[in-house]
Write a protein that binds this ligand. Structure first.
Ligand code: PLP
Length: 382
């Protein structure tokens, strides 16, 4: 049976990983500045992670949400301690899309309304409401198009005001740093005014931290760079370092009812063990400090390369913008320099999403390779 062919693939077959590196089936080492799409937070095969997941699977990998699972509360407590987000409630699920789907559903349950406001170039996942709130017509099937969604440009505060004042908007969902779209951010004023408008109009303010959360922006959550308190925060990617886990942080004003949300696999024992190992490692290894130090170092190196026209993003969620499309550059980096980077909807942007424990030597290696690769791509174009 062939695989349903939806992914354009690079011809590389990683079979193992360690720290910032993965190794292919021929033993070739690759520097991972893509983190498997912002998923690898504490590095590949981190010993804490391997030990915790191995121990848990040998004891109890899974039981349903019909029994007591103290690991869930431990995970919730640890998220609260590291994020400083006091008083939220946690619902656990399996992916970013599912986190946003539940977030939007909660907003609708809470307000009794059904229209969503989202933003140009935003990406929130591929499930029903999440994909409808995503600004990409190619991935919205007719069945998803029945959702009422209004997409506005970032920083269009008048547009947000006009839409919210119509009174039918249950949720405004936003990435504080856009991922797939290409690392754009709204202004501080915009985010803070949007937050105030949501409060005034009984609209739930949803921070999609699926990609920007878990320390990647240099704070635990990217929204913490601003003076806002979201009603709902969705999380996933870095949470399990590759183990599928997602979650929704829910403000206490939203009351739980039995049966309101649910999932078979969400919050299972193995997922919680993976999630706890990630947070313990972020704490023990001061990875958020490392994110800030390595981000400054990366940006200072990027500033010395004239072909880089713009540096976007924050922390270790960065984009290098060129005045040419970067497809060939990425290929050259992979096949000739053995370095993984990411692309974006903005074709001129190279995305950098490394594990949070990256070191200066890896950044140096990247910039040496990048300079050679840029020259080669330029020569080929001329
Ligand atoms: C900001 C954001 N939200 C949601 C998602 C969807 O997450 P998943 O692919 O785990 O469903 C993504 C995935 O790239 C994302 O970047």
């Amino acid at each position: 049976m062939p695989m349903f062919d939806v992914y354009p693939l690079y011809d590389v077959t990683p079979v193992s990983g360690k720290g910032i590196h993965v190794y292919d089936d021929k033993g070739m080492e690759y520097l991972d500045l893509y983190g498997g799409h912002a998923v690898i937070s504490i590095g590949h095969a981190h010993p804490n992670y391997v030990e915790a997941v191995t121990k848990q699977v040998s004891e109890l990998g899974f039981y349903s949400n019909a029994i007591q699972n103290p690991l869930q509360q431990q995970l919730a407590n640890k998220i609260e301690a590291l994020s400083g987000c006091k008083d939220y409630q946690l619902f656990l699920c399996n992916s970013g899309a599912e986190a946003n789907e539940n977030a939007l559903k909660l907003a609708s349950f809470k307000t009794g309304k059904k229209r969503v406001v989202a933003f140009t170039n935003g990406f929130h996942g591929r499930t029903s409401a999440a994909v409808a709130a995503t600004d990409n017509k190619n991935i919205i099937a007719p069945i998803n198009a029945q959702q009422a969604v209004t997409i506005l440009p970032l920083n269009d505060i008048q547009g947000v005001k006009t839409e919210l004042e119509k009174g039918d908007v249950c949720a405004l969902i936003v990435e504080f740093i856009q991922g797939v779209g290409g690392l754009d951010q709204g202004s501080k004023d915009f985010f803070e005014q949007v937050f105030a408008l949501c409060k005034l109009n009984n609209t739930m303010f949803i921070a999609d931290e699926v990609q920007s959360g878990y320390g990647r922006s240099g704070k635990f959550f990217a929204f913490q760079h601003y003076n806002v308190t979201p009603d709902i925060v969705s999380i996933a990617k870095g949470m399990g370092n590759g183990f599928p886990i997602g979650g929704v942080l829910i403000h206490p004003d939203i009351e739980a009812k039995y049966g309101m949300l649910g999932t078979t696999f969400g919050g299972n024992h193995l997922a919680c063990a993976a999630g706890l190992a990630v947070l313990n490692t972020i704490e023990e290894e001061n990875l958020m400090d490392n994110v800030n130090a390595m981000s400054d170092y990366f940006i200072s190196k990027a500033n010395t390369i004239s072909e880089i026209k713009n540096i976007k993003g924050r922390g270790l969620m960065l984009g290098l913008e060129f005045d040419f499309e970067v497809g060939d550059l990425r290929k050259d980096l992979i096949y000739n320099h053995h370095i993984f980077t990411g692309g974006a909807a903005n074709k001129k942007l190279l995305r950098i999403l490394p594990p949070l424990n990256i070191e200066k030597q890896h950044i140096n290696q990247f910039f040496e390779a990048l300079e050679t690769a840029i020259k080669k791509v330029e020569q080929t174009a001329n």
